[in-house]
Design a protein around this ligand. Structure first.
Ligand SMILES: Nc1ncnc2c1ncn2[C@@H]1O[C@H](COP(=O)(O)OP(=O)(O)OP(=O)(O)O)[C@@H](O)[C@H]1O
Ligand SMILES: [Mg+2]
Length: 300
């Protein structure tokens, strides 16, 4: 059962947790909850993928468990490992007093099991946890293959214990920056949503809510300027467009500099907040800034 009777209530609830989702994203989340399917969010950096999982956990009042993926991520960090030191002590204590078989049974007890996020998610009590598998494209393919059982059936197999099934289905969000294409088998088990840059009104709402001290005029200028930067033909000048995270940071920086009205000067001074690549910072010339600041031609 989903905690939200409608897409509108879900959208509002996320909003109350500080997250602005458009209708399409809210629909994807609603369906993921209703159909109890993992949700794979792909998108450029800083568009709110990770933040969605955090806000959803708040909205659902569930614990957020987070698995940060990277190349070389191992099962003992994702799923479980045994507490070897404690097992060793147990064996020492049992030495000579118990049979080998008995010791073997005892060292694989629950209390020597160290649970990592995936196992914690499966064993979380009702109503279940929110599991964020963040930046899954950074993990390697064997890890993706391992995830299939979890994603498809919400269960995992541990050799010494057997199959562990979810007590309550965890709300599972995977994110990817698309540094590489994910395995089709992973994708098939998930609902998919491409998270795009926000439209102007939503970006403005985010800046207003995250940086209330910016004031209405400055917030509008930030949303307009960044929106135009990302639009054609300007976007062609850059390798990577600024995300929402950059808009928010930029608004904060402008407030810190007591900026009332943005001009090419202050843009040049703060370009390193909008762009994280040297070439992109250089591409944001004063002339281009002046061009971007011109009022948009009104449609006839
Ligand atoms: N829809 C949104 N509503 C409110 N704030 C948002 C939203 N999207 C992004 N933000 C803001 O942008 C910041 C960055 O978002 P987030 O970390 O979720 O990006 P990401 O897509 O996970 O990026 P990366 O791929 O680099 O991890 C958040 O901390 C938040 O301040
Ligand atoms: Mg992220």
């Amino acid at each position: 059962m989903t905690a939200f009777p409608s897409i509108d209530t879900l959208q509002q609830s996320l909003r109350d947790s500080g997250y602005f989702a458009d209708r399409r994203l809210a629909t994807a989340v609603f369906l993921a909850l209703k159909l109890q399917r993992p949700l794979l969010l792909e998108g450029e950096p800083g568009v709110g993928k990770t933040e969605l999982a955090k806000a959803l956990a708040v909205a659902l009042q569930r614990t957020l468990l987070r698995l940060q993926c990277y190349d070389g991520l191992e099962l003992r960090e994702a799923l479980y490992e045994w507490n070897y030191a404690a097992q060793l002590l147990h064996m020492r204590a049992a030495e000579g007093k118990e049979s080998i078989e008995q010791v073997e049974r005892e060292v694989y007890q629950d209390r020597y099991l160290i649970r990592r996020p995936l196992l914690q998610a499966l064993q979380a009590p009702e109503p279940g946890a929110v599991l964020l598998i963040d930046e899954v494209d950074r993990a390697d393919e064997p890890f993706e293959a391992f995830l299939l059982e979890y994603l498809g059936e919400y269960q995992v197999s541990i050799p010494e214990i057997g199959t562990i099934r979810a007590r309550a289905v965890p709300v599972t969000i995977l994110t990817s920056n698309r540094t590489r294409e994910l395995n089709d088998a992973v994708k098939r088990r998930c609902l998919y949503h491409w998270l795009d840059y926000p439209e102007r009104e939503r970006e403005l709402a985010i800046v207003r809510s995250r940086v209330p001290e910016a004031g209405e005029v400055l917030s509008r200028q930030v949303a307009d300027f960044v929106g135009r930067l990302r639009s054609q033909p300007f976007a062609n000048a850059f390798q990577r467009a600024p995300g929402i995270a950059e808009s928010v940071e930029w608004a904060k920086a402008l407030v810190a500099l007591d900026t009332l009205v943005i001009d090419p000067e202050v843009i040049a001074d703060t370009a390193g907040i909008l762009f994280k690549q040297r070439e992109d910072v250089a591409a944001l010339t004063r002339d281009l800034s002046a061009e971007l600041l011109k009022p948009e031609p009104q449609a006839a």
